[in-house]
Ligand binder design. Sequence first.
Ligand code: FMN
Length: 178
Amino acid sequence: MKVLVGYATAAGSTEGIARWIADRLSGRGYDVVTHVMEEGTSTAGYDAYVLGSAVHDRAWLPAGAAFLRHQRKLLKGKPVWLFSVGLPGALRGPLRRWAGMEAATILGELVDEVTPVEHQLFTGVVSKGAFGRFGALAFRAVGGCFGDFRDRAAVETWADGIADSLDTVKAATIHRPY
Ligand SMILES: Cc1cc2nc3c(=O)[nH]c(=O)nc-3n(C[C@H](O)[C@H](O)[C@H](O)COP(=O)(O)O)c2cc1C
């Protein structure tokens, strides 16, 4: 089975997560292509899709959202997993919980285009430089921390769940009597 792992990134951490997912799926025997989601990226010829974007202002990056919009006919009826990469893990206490709840907001903007099997929100690299001087000060003031918060084990566990589901689809296809 052929799987497309697509990503939209501003600063690179989402690409890293996409590659971890791709490596895990490859390790489970899937034929995986990892590619940036942009105009011209073909979605034809795949059996399943794992698509993810960095989050800015509680939404996918425009390139990722546009990709889903343009490809929705092709994605219809195919198994699609979505992931978003934001900053909940860089916050503490109630703010972290509040930021974690943005998953529903992010997904709400995307479900017109696809009905994913699952949507997962990860935390990426949160860097001071990306926020600008005022934004960085405000972020620190609410207890935010800068750094690489990517949790490879959590990403791989999620990818394993995807592989488990695909294994089931594969087995059902192979054993279909006609
Ligand atoms: C301008 C800007 C806006 C952001 N807005 C959000 C947001 O609304 N929610 C969130 O969880 N993370 C937000 N982030 C954090 C990024 O999503 C996070 O740093 C992510 O790892 C970036 O992924 P990338 O390295 O692939 O670009 C924002 C970052 C920037 C620079």
